[in-house]
Design a protein around this ligand. Structure first.
Ligand code: NI
Length: 215
């Protein structure tokens, strides 16, 4: 096993468009995936893209752990669906050559952090419902629909493969902050307003939060 160094914002590899993987089963890619797992375990995040570890290939890994499902569900009403804002936990998933298709125009704002932007957090708008597809590490097709936090994580990770870091998606830079300063500003602990078109939903996905060490 190997724990790899994680590139930080400013390194050119993070702005590079990652290359398609021809065959996920070749030893170099299998080793990269194993090392990404070890690196993510060590860093304690929930997602990682290959170019964050200086390997500019279209490979991401992520998971949605049970403990994150409560995020954004104060009262459990959400939209009443099991696959609503809270969503379901997602086991660690390897996604190669991913393609994302938004399933609606709805966008919600939620807190995000990134292992390549350590110690910081900002409010980022993301599509609330997507379909993503790609290949597993065995080269088999995978396709899932995702909403809420799951959809946010996948969009964040796949952005990395196109050289996009979450601050580049932010529409309100005043929300960018060091997590260590949150104690001075209780407002930064608050859930974010849902920017989706349905203003009546006040427990929308804006309340989800991708940790500062997330991805
Ligand atoms: Ni990230």
């Amino acid at each position: 096993m190997s724990i790899l160094k994680i590139a930080r914002m400013g390194h050119p590899v993070l702005r590079q468009k990652a290359a398609l993987v021809g065959d996920p089963r070749v030893p170099d890619i299998a080793r990269l995936i194993a090392d990404m797992r070890d690196t993510l375990d060590d860093a304690g995040g929930i997602g990682l893209a290959a170019n964050q570890v200086y390997a500019p290939f279209r490979v991401v890994i992520f998971e949605v752990p049970d403990e994150r499902l409560g995020d954004g569900e104060d009262d459990g009403e959400a939209d009443g669906e099991a696959d609503g804002e809270g969503g379901a936990s997602v086991p660690r998933t390897v996604l190669i050559n991913p393609v994302i298709e938004p399933l609606s125009d709805d966008v919600a704002v939620g807190w995000e952090g990134c292992l390549s932007v350590p110690g910081m957090r900002g409010a980022v708008p993301r599509f609330t419902r997507i379909r993503y597809s790609g290949l597993t590490e065995n080269g088999e097709p995978i396709s899932r629909e995702a909403s809420g936090f799951h959809a946010r994580v996948v969009q964040h990770e796949c952005d990395h493969l196109d050289g996009i870091l979450y601050p580049m998606r932010m529409t309100d830079m005043s929300t960018l902050h060091f997590v260590s300063e949150v104690r001075h500003n209780p407002g930064l602990r608050e859930p974010l307003e849902d920017e989706s078109e349905d203003e009546s939903e006040d427990h929308g996905e804006g309340e989800e939060a991708l940790d500062e060490d997330a991805a």
